[in-house]
Design a protein around this ligand. Structure first.
Ligand code: PLP
Length: 358
């Protein structure tokens, strides 16, 4: 079986985790602080705050901005957590469509959906490619809105040479094992705003302002030293891992460009290919072939969040034509750094065979 994703874990991660275990300091401590400092440096922001996963990083960012009873504009074509985190923070997701070529938030639709009650826009850097941050920041400035970047899939991605997660007011990353870097489960909030960082830091730790003094309702969303030890090593490998992903993507572009719709890389963006996602008209047949050949694949996402049962129950009825079309056509193929040359050749040849036999 050729897996769709596989974490790149080696001896270095094991040794670093062993150091934590030997130290006896398993929970939030020195390793987490080092990881936060190194991650902030890498992204190019003043503050980075580690947390237990990407969903909770989003919730903390949204709560710090303050979206209670406010609207947050978010693309529908993303993982469910982008939307549910808004609800968990007391806000209301307002779904917008995406651009067909980039799969990312459509600035035109954002403009149409701003109301007096809008507080923030949440661009999602889907599949590892930054959304059009020029347009999003301009709209936000015009309407005095916050920009919360969902960078869960975009470690190392860039827009005009700036890292995803350093452009909006605040951002959230995920370190789930399928991501470009992992800590097992884990997440990070990044920001240049010291006030937002302080709020996140307190919310993450029971709303504590000084020892055992709790001024507002918080959570326990702290990362452990064990997770951070893995993250420190993973961060050192991230650029290399992303280079290999880009190399694999180039190979697929060259091989598959004549047969299926391959991903579009925006000239202002450095894509880090968290996913390499093609579009086909007859996805079910390709899935059948992948299953027969033992090729891992992913369908991200089979339906827009606005169509999910939970959102229907909450009364969402809007139609988003581009999202709905993409949901029927997209399929992601293995692009991770551990795929062998033979395996990626097998993936490409299977797709070509499929396309030729139609
Ligand atoms: C776009 C997006 N947002 C948020 C999340 C949530 O991250 P986590 O799974 O770490 O909670 C993910 C991860 O799967 C994601 O892909």
């Amino acid at each position: 079986m050729i897996p769709i994703a596989r974490p790149w874990i080696g001896e270095e991660e094991k040794k670093e985790v062993e150091k934590v275990l030997d130290s006896g300091m398993l929970a939030y401590g020195e390793w987490v602080k080092n990881f936060e400092n190194e991650f902030a440096k890498y992204i190019g922001v003043r503050e980075a705050l580690a947390t237990t996963n990407g969903t909770q990083a989003l919730i903390l960012a949204l709560e710090a901005v303050g979206v209670k009873n406010k609207e947050v504009i978010v693309p529908s074509f993303t993982f469910i957590a982008s939307a549910t985190s808004i609800i968990r923070a007391g806000g209301k997701p307002v779904f917008v469509d995406v651009e067909e070529r980039t799969f990312n938030i459509d600035p035109e639709d954002v403009r149409k959906k701003i109301t007096k009650n809008t507080k923030a826009i949440m661009p999602v850097h889907l599949y590892g490619q930054a959304a059009n941050m020029d347009e999003i920041m301009e709209i936000a400035e015009d309407h005095e809105l916050y920009v919360i970047e969902d960078a869960a899939q975009a470690h190392g991605a860039e827009w005009r040479g700036k890292k995803a997660g350093s452009i909006g007011h605040i951002a959230a990353f995920s370190f789930y094992p399928t991501k470009n870097m992992t800590t097992g489960e884990g997440g990070m909030v990044t920001t240049n705003d010291e006030n937002l960082a302080e709020k996140v830091s307190m919310l993450r730790n029971h709303g504590q302002t000084s020892r055992y003094m709790h001024e507002f309702l918080g959570w326990n969303f702290r990362m452990t030293n064990i997770a951070a030890a893995i993250g420190l090593v993973q961060l050192k490998k991230l650029d290399k891992a992303n280079d290999i992903r880009r190399e694999n993507a180039k190979y697929y572009n060259d091989m598959l460009g004549d047969y299926v719709i391959t991903p579009y890389e925006h000239p202002n963006a450095k894509h880090v290919y968290h996913q390499y996602t093609i579009r086909v008209k007859d996805r079910d047949k390709l899935v059948e072939l992948f299953k027969k050949e033992g090729i891992g694949y992913g369908i991200y996402y089979p339906m827009g969040n606005h169509e999910q049962p939970i959102m229907q129950k909450l009364g969402y009825t809007a139609k988003l034509p581009v999202t709905e079309k993409l949901c029927k056509e997209v399929i992601s193929i293995p692009v991770h750094p551990l795929i062998t040359r033979e395996d990626r050749e097998k993936v490409a040849e299977t797709i070509i065979l499929h396309a030729r036999n139609l």
